[in-house]
Design a protein around this ligand. Structure first.
Ligand code: NDP
Length: 468
């Protein structure tokens, strides 16, 4: 829903032009005739510093004085294939990804921040059967829930045919390992392209605070990753986001990278694809994702300001994120299946100093519970010692139970271990010559930003040796 109040008059030619444009694009608006409504005249004068200029439009409470059709198109997301409205938030990584893709392809769109308008959140829930999933994009009134770039490309008829450039290296993944590999490779004068499925920065960009990356006593994950990406781009690295790599093949020393956005070609490849949140695989978990169940505190924590939440897990991630969430949630209850945490002592000690964190240890989560409107109600848990089963309730649940490597597109391409991590030797070399791996997707990686950047350096030396 876009709220447009149009202050004008029947005799005004600019008003007629603007009305015609809105009507031609099926944009609903409320017309207020300033000759009839004296309050409207006063309002127009207030907006325009005492001047009586029409048309004056209020679009979602933002005023526009005699806007031309281009200004209306930009604000209302009208372009040659129609009307695009993106409901999202600046803190949401997929919203940033979709916005960037639309901007890169010069598609006008209207961005409505769900945090700023209650009606916008309600609209998103209405479209998604009660679930609060963003970005939700309306293209000519047809809803698309978190569409990937290939869907946007098809629906908006974006022509992104690329010349068949052969890069010195294609780096898959724009996390710390991939960005560092590209910085080093570009400085060695190798032409590199980073393909990233989601957002620049990988999991590190979703971490609220990083306090163990040398050189920074404390820095936000997104801040650190933005700096790394800027540094890479300074040296000429190209980064494309929203590109989902499906398969890699090699012929005559050239790799073909098959993606949702077409084929890319390169002399070397670095797999820096990182890892993904593990699921608990209990009833209702998948169904309630986005409707009370989340995996990223930085992305979704803000929905639970002053509310009660569960955190599931007992490792470093669970404890670190609980401490972060306790900063603005009313109550955080950690549910862990063992009676000891595997997290580091620093986090365990810090937990004891925070009085809105409660710990339920030795509790197995059996299933999630939902309200009639299909949102999370709570969890059915079992005490491992007494076997007592009980229902516990909260507004949201964050699951932090470990990671699985994002190496699906490398199956049957290179050797992986039984858990899917990439097997490497020396400078991150895989069993395929010219294909390297760096960061959390590699067997033996220790899932730290600092170590991932080091692995990126090693891979860049691999690229250098291979190309020379
Ligand atoms: P971990 O593998 O370290 O911990 C996973 C936790 O989830 C364990 O407590 C595990 O319990 C529990 N768990 C696993 N499966 C289930 C399940 N099905 N149901 C319920 N609980 C389950 O993962 P993390 O994501 O915490 O950390 C990943 C890596 O990143 C680690 O190496 C960690 O040290 C590192 N890290 C480092 C940080 C830092 O140094 N600042 C911050 C965050 C992460 P159980 O013990 O019973 O298996």
């Amino acid at each position: 829903m876009i709220e447009i109040i149009f202050y004008g008059a029947e005799w005004c030619s600019d008003c007629k032009k603007a009305k015609q444009y809105l009507n031609d694009n099926n944009i609903q608006f409320e017309f207020v005739d300033v000759d009839i409504d004296k309050n409207a005249t006063n309002l127009v004068e207030t907006i325009n510093n005492g001047k009586r200029i029409i048309p004056t439009l209020l679009i979602n409470n933002k005023s526009f004085t005699n806007p031309d059709n281009n200004a209306l198109a930009t604000e209302l997301g009208i372009n040659k294939v129609g009307n695009v409205i993106l409901y999202g938030a600046d803190w949401c990584p997929d919203c940033r990804r979709a916005k960037k893709y639309l901007q890169d392809n010069k598609i006008n769109f209207q961005f409505i921040e769900v945090d700023k308008h209650i009606w916008a959140t309600e609209k998103v829930e209405e479209i998604n059967n009660g679930k609060r999933i963003i970005p939700t994009i309306l293209i000519n009134s047809q809803p698309y829930t978190n569409p990937d770039n290939s869907i946007l490309k098809d629906v908006l008829k974006i022509d992104s045919n690329k010349a068949q450039e052969i890069f010195d290296s294609i780096i898959i993944g724009a996390g710390p390992a991939g960005l560092t590999a590209s910085i080093y490779a570009q400085r060695d004068r190798f032409d590199t392209l980073i393909l990233e499925k989601k957002n620049i920065g990988g999991n590190a960009a979703l971490t609220e605070k990083i306090e163990n990356y040398p050189g920074f006593t404390t820095i936000s994950g997104s801040g650190l990753m933005t700096k790394m990406a800027e540094q890479a781009q300074t040296y000429g690295t190209k980064i494309e986001t929203g590109v989902d790599v499906q398969y890699i093949s090699k012929k005559d020393d050239i790799f073909t990278v098959k993606t949702n956005m077409g084929d890319y070609y390169s002399k070397t490849i670095v797999a820096a694809v990182g890892s993904t949140y593990r699921l608990m695989n209990i009833p209702l978990e998948k169904e309630l994702i986005g409707a009370g169940i989340h995996f990223c505190a930085t992305c979704d924590g803000a929905f639970y300001r002053d509310k009660e939440i569960f955190v599931i897990g007992g490792g470093n991630s669970a404890l670190e994120e609980s401490i972060f969430l306790a900063g603005f949630c009313k109550k955080v209850t950690i549910i862990h299946r063992k009676d000891t945490f595997s997290a580091s002592e620093t986090y365990i000690e810090k937990l004891k100093t925070i009085n809105n964190i409660t710990i339920l240890k030795d509790k197995e989560s059996l299933e999630f519970l939902k309200h009639d409107n299909d949102t999370l109600k709570g969890i059915l848990i079992k005490d491992n010692k007494t076997h007592k089963v009980e229902e516990v309730y909260a507004d949201g649940a964050f699951i932090f139970i470990g990671l699985i490597p994002n190496t699906g597109s490398f199956k049957n391409v290179i050797d992986l271990n039984e858990r899917g991590f990439i097997l490497t030797t020396g400078l991150g070399e895989t069993n395929v010559s010219g294909l390297f791996a760096a960061g959390d997707c590699r067997e033996g990686a220790i899932a730290q930003v600092a170590s991932a950047t080091g692995e990126g350096v090693l891979a860049s030396y691999g690229i250098r040796n291979h190309l020379k």
